[in-house]
Ligand binder design. Sequence first.
Ligand SMILES: Nc1nc2c(ncn2[C@@H]2O[C@H](COP(=O)(O)OP(=O)(O)OP(=O)(O)O)[C@@H](O)[C@H]2O)c(=O)[nH]1
Ligand SMILES: [Mg+2]
Length: 293
Amino acid sequence: MTDKPHKSGYAAIIGKPNAGKSTLMNRILGTKISITTHKPQTTRHQVVGIYSDDHTQIIFLDTPGVITPKYQLQKAMMNTVERARKDADLVLFIFDPTDTHPTDEVIELLRTINKPIFLVVNKIDRISSEKAEQKVSLIQNQLKLAGVHYVSALQGDGIPELIEAIREKLMPGPPYYPKEDLSEHPLRFFVSELIREQVFLQFQDEIPYSCTVNVISYEAGDELDRINAEIIVNRKSQKGMLIGKGGEAIKKLGIESRKTIEELVGKQVFLDLHVKVREKWRENENWVRNLGY
Ligand SMILES: Nc1nc2c(ncn2[C@@H]2O[C@H](COP(=O)(O)OP(=O)(O)OP(=O)(O)O)[C@@H](O)[C@H]2O)c(=O)[nH]1
Ligand SMILES: [Mg+2]
């Protein structure tokens, strides 16, 4: 097997919100790179995850779920999808067969591209193969596919076969990144994402969609890292909800966020968390850009 040529390339992970895109990337990399929650629109950025073995390097681009954007933040999210779609050598179309709503927007987005598209049917732990295959045949009628893969990102089924199929489509070439790299974002990015993940997990309704997280400072110490971060809300009334009665809600948010950040950095963390109001930030192009989207 030593004469196997080295291959490398970019794979965009595209699909509807909640299809399991980020879970799939994390499963492939064997570590948590991209945050995942049961709520749709968890991912807002292009999150890079680098898979390497002796003969292969695949740079995965996790993306926000495809939606019709209603405000500026969502427009920026869809620009991210568009960029990944353009930049990648191939596309993984992550499809959740348990989703009862149509998937037309994704099909529309992928119909015009001239690169291999793999249909990755996820969550097969939750549906019979007959039902999944019925849904797949509808997609096959509308899109030219390089292959169909049935996987469970949660349980790991079908992943080695998917990696091998991607490899087959890549061109011979050297790795783009050192083989030990798993991603390319600065630590601050992961920290803000982990805090945002807790906002998604602990708050309901509009709150998760109205917040963003800004890491103001990160002081790394030998035994303790000190982080100062703010949660930015879209409306004044949301500030009180985040803080909660007697500060209970923000306290819980801080504790859970700190735990996940400590797991990431393998050190003790002191997290100073504040809430700030930026009236209608997510509707404002400049603010959306300034806040990293
Ligand atoms: N049963 C089951 N659940 C899954 C599987 N893959 C993902 N999930 C769940 O589906 C939900 C959404 O997963 P994410 O990975 O956050 O989905 P996403 O496509 O990245 O969603 P957005 O970032 O919002 O677009 C989470 O609750 C996951 O645990 C799977 O293979 N089986
Ligand atoms: Mg995601």
